[in-house]
Design a protein around this ligand. Sequence first.
Ligand code: URA
Length: 238
Amino acid sequence: MSENSMRIDKFLANANVGSRSDVKKLIKKKLVIVNETLVSDASYKVDALKDDIRVNGEVITLRTSPSYYVMNKRSGVVTAKKDHLHKTVMDDLHIDIREQLFPVGRLDKDTEGLLLLTSDGDFAHRLTSPKHDVEKEYAVGLDALPLEGELLRIEEGLELKDGSRTKPAKITLSEHPDYTLHITITEGKYHQVKRMFGAIGRKVERLKRVRIGALQLDEHLATGEYRELTTEEVEQLQ
Ligand code: URA
């Protein structure tokens, strides 16, 4: 027997199609087909690498190498794998390996822009840990333009309401009519950008992440859309 041989219920559970009992239900509903043969038994043996395995017509594969995606997050979805109340960024992902991925860091429900999704925990940790100083650039729409001295306070690092201090940040004026300025930070505290501007009395009305490290938000990626990162992009981010 080939070393890649395993029961169909184990294969489909490993491919994150569902739990073994979910898989049994799929088999009962006659939705599981292997090499054009309808499977009627959860113990049916498959070759994980060679067989053509489909559930409801969709080809299922086991991915062993990590995956990396970039999404232009839309406003209105929460950055989480699951949420009982709201739609999540995962609901916008229509790929078979969706269950293996998780978002890198977090954007607020009303924030748009560059969000990475991966199955690689080390990659996610490196990008989100404040120790690694990875730059995150945001386009910010404010209720009013701050004074120069107020912007300088943010650039130097200021104290937030909870007493914590922010690291130095860079600010430039935005050329886009929907945004007031761009801010680049190297940490990701909860609601960080909103709280930094809140500390100088301004309200963030629009927020979009446009860059992480060397990776710019793709202009051709509409909000809610995503694509796989190229190998070069993954290497640059690492
Ligand atoms: N800072 C915020 O306040 N919100 C985000 O979504 C990201 C950074």
